[in-house]
Design a protein around this ligand. Structure first.
Ligand code: HEM
Length: 125
């Protein structure tokens, strides 16, 4: 059985997904408030998202290798993230997956684990 990492096209596909995710965040009106939490230059965070997703989707654990952890709560702690911000983030990810022509099966398969992961980042009511 193929991993989500493989279904997305491996390293190249997951890199494209990370870039597309921030492109969607930058262009979606509803995502303006979460886009503003990020710096002007998204290249570093896009690279970090790629490193993280690589391992999380079943490929090489690049973020763990580089940073020695896969805990993302600390880097998010300084931002005010509630349900609205979480849901905007997830909507950008759904759109990015659609833009990459990911199958509906893959999108459906990632839905719950992706929600649970994003929910961990919420730190305000
Ligand atoms: C599945 C959920 C999420 C994943 C996988 C994820 C992934 C990441 C990663 C890998 C980083 C870089 C961390 C580092 O510095 O090492 C990051 C930073 C960040 N994330 Fe998330 N994130 C998620 C959810 C969210 C949510 C819900 C928000 C809400 C707005 C958010 C806002 C941010 C911000 C503001 C930064 C810092 C960006 C910067 O330094 O310019 N993230 N995220």
């Amino acid at each position: 059985m193929e991993t989500p990492y493989e279904l997305l096209g491996g390293e190249k596909g997951v890199k494209r997904l990370s870039e597309e995710f921030y492109a969607v965040m930058s262009s979606r009106k509803e995502a303006t408030s979460i886009r503003q939490m990020h710096g002007k230059d998204l290249s570093l965070v896009s690279e970090k998202l790629f490193l993280f997703l690589s391992g999380w989707l079943g490929g090489p654990a690049l973020y763990l290798e580089k940073y020695g952890t896969i805990c993302l709560s600390s880097p998010h702690a300084k931002y005010q993230i509630g349900e609205d911000e979480r849901d905007q983030w997830l909507a950008c990810m759904d759109q990015a997956l659609l833009n990459l022509d990911a199958s509906y099966e893959l999108i459906a398969m990632l839905k719950e684990p992706m929600f649970n992961l994003a929910d961990v980042m919420t730190n305000k009511v």
